[in-house]
Design a protein around this ligand. Structure first.
Ligand code: NAD
Ligand code: A1AUG
Length: 522
């Protein structure tokens, strides 16, 4: 008997024994750096000559691991293996598939700090950010297992005299899973486990920025009991194998999370029918954001400033949900800005493997260069009031000292400025002045995205207006706009933020199934 779903608590690093356990995990994982990881196809490890080299963004000369680099031939083998395995896996009872996820959750819970440490070392997450992600990964497994058990039971239909009617949810086939690097554990595991528990076979192509964590997840799912061929792991670049996997006639569905540009490309490619293809491919694509925190003049200003800073700079602003715009009403603008600047300057930048660090590096050289170029654009478009440059020695030699960038605040930004419209995906906040609440909502809705948003107000009428008119998939009142919890805040966005697939919600697994209605005359 499986109990009801409850969210996994976060680790209490305030407690000395918990801190010691995490420190020990960091040392243990540091001793494992530099190993080589295979691809995994049809139950076999595949060692390729070409390798992806994954490095620590805080010390880019330190190699986290070497991971097999698949070519199209291996991608083809993976698709064929998944296609064959699907026929066996789809016959497993929903409860049996769910049990594999529950076991994976139990293993992950036992190895929690190890996975936290991998995140600190491979993508630069601080302890707390990493642990919140590990908790989310456990939640996805526990939640989707229960969801499949629910969907596996008879679904309610209108009774009809003289007939017996049923609707059941059956899987789709081969699902290509393409996750981003910024939630290298939870989003990867969330999409993969949803596809698997629904009865599909998976070809997983991880991000080349975080392939070691992906390899560790594959190891974990195998240990939990996923049969050979049902989960195939093909690391490799989008250019080399991404298009191939998406366009393949045996691919039935693509579950993608990443940038708008890549998501739109996948959507377009998947819409073309390949010779021999027997279905319309399904695409779920969760993409970027340019999210806003609105501060009304009725708000608790301290709480608002704290939430603006947390939303903008958590994981160095590298969250799709990041609050990269603060829209503040004229009457309280100067007070909120002052408080935001003070809190931003107090953030501790450093090595994410250390407990006290609040801001780590951005993930790689390409992010470092991209964010640096936006700092230049920001100087032309706004008034720099905090940060504004790479941190310390990173400015001179990022390859030795890491890809650190100061948390940066630009004030008095025009709503149409590039730094107020484009997803920077780094620690850069644009503060925008609004004449009144109507104007604030107009600015908030004035981008092509629609992922998350927050409103700080005590005035009930304003909150109710925002409830109707702030057009985002995840809207929060009087709290930060990051940190959705599985089960409580189904996650996904509108417009160019994606297909609003609502990960971690009751509709999500349906996207990985098709409904079959069966009617028997009595
Ligand atoms: N909406 C959400 O839920 C959500 C969550 C996390 C991240 N994101 C977004 O993800 C982006 C950051 O992640 P990223 O830099 O990894 O994104 P990205 O689009 O560069 O890459 C995402 C994945 O797509 C793969 N890819 C690249 N080209 C491909 C191709 N031609 N065919 C198939 N696959 C291809 C990459 O290798 C990677 O695995 C941001 O825009 C962020 O907002 C969105
Ligand atoms: N679900 C996460 C964001 C995922 C995107 O990067 C949040 O709610 O902060």
């Amino acid at each position: 008997m499986v109990g009801s779903f409850v969210n996994e608590p976060f680790a209490d690093f305030g407690s000395a024994p918990v801190r010691a356990a995490m420190e020990e995990a960091v040392r243990r994982i540091e001793a494992q750096l530099g190993q080589t990881y295979p691809a995994f196809v049809d139950g076999d490890s595949v060692w390729t000559e070409a390798r992806i080299v994954s490095v620590n963004p805080a010390r880019p000369r330190q190699v986290v691991g070497y991971v097999a680099r698949a070519d199209q031939e291996l991608a083809e083998r993976a698709i064929q293996a998944a296609h064959r395995a699907f026929d066996r896996w789809r016959r497993y009872a929903p409860d049996a598939r769910a049990r594999v996820l529950l076991r994976a959750a139990a293993i992950l819970r036992r190895r929690r700090f190890e996975f936290d440490a991998w995140q600190a070392l491979e993508v630069g997450k601080t302890w707390i950010e990493a642990d919140v992600e590990t908790a989310e990964a456990i939640d996805f497994l526990e939640y989707y297992a229960r969801e499949m058990m629910r969907l596996g039971t008879p679904q309610p239909l209108t009774p009809l005299p003289g007939e017996e009617n049923e609707q059941r949810y059956i899987p789709l086939g081969v699902v290509v899973v393409i996750p981003p690097w910024n939630f290298p554990l939870s989003i990867l595991l969330g999409m993969t486990s949803a596809a698997l528990v629904a009865g599909n076979a998976v070809v997983l192509k991880p991000s080349s920025v975080s392939p070691v964590i992906a390899a560790k997840v594959v190891e974990l799912l195998r240990e939990a009991g996923i049969p050979d061929g049902v989960l195939n792991f093909v690391p490799g670049s989008g250019g080399a194998i991404g298009d191939y996997l998406v366009s393949h006639p045996l691919t039935r569905m693509i579950a993608f999370t990443g940038s708008k540009e890549v998501g739109l490309r996948i959507n377009e490619l998947a819409a073309r029918t390949a010779p021999g293809q027997r279905w319309i491919k399904r695409v779920i694509a969760e993409m970027g954001g340019k999210n806003a925190v609105i501060v009304d003049d009725s708000a608790d200003l301290e709480a608002a400033a704290a939430a603006i800073v947390a939303s903008a700079f958590g994981f160095q602003g590298q969250k799709c949900s990041a609050g990269s715009r603060a829209i503040v009403l004229d009457g309280v603008y100067d007070r909120v800005l002052q408080e935001v600047v003070a809190r931003t300057r107090a953030l501790r930048i450093g090595d994410p493997t250390r407990y006290e660090t609040q801001i780590g590096p951005v993930v790689d050289r390409s992010q470092f260069d991209k964010v640096s170029s936006y700092l230049e654009i920001g100087r032309r478009e706004g008034r720099l009031v905090a940060g504004g440059r790479p941190y310390g020695e990173s400015a001179r030699d990022p390859e030795t000292h890491g890809y650190f960038i100061e948390p940066t605040v630009f004030a008095d930004v025009d709503p149409s400025a590039r730094i107020a419209q484009e997803e920077i995906f780094g620690p850069v906040l644009a503060v925008i002045r609004a004449r009144d609440f109507d104007h604030a909502l107009e600015i908030a809705n004035g981008t092509e995205y629609g992922l998350t948003g927050a409103v700080f107000a005590r005035d009930r009428a304003k909150l109710e207006r925002a409830r109707e008119e702030f057009h985002v998939g995840n809207l929060y009142f009087n709290r930060k706009c990051t940190g959705a919890l599985v089960g409580a805040h189904p996650f996904g966005g509108f417009n160019m933020s994606g297909t609003d697939s609502k990960a971690g919600g009751p509709d999500y697994l349906l996207l990985f199934t098709q409904a079959k209605a069966i009617s028997e005359a009595l």
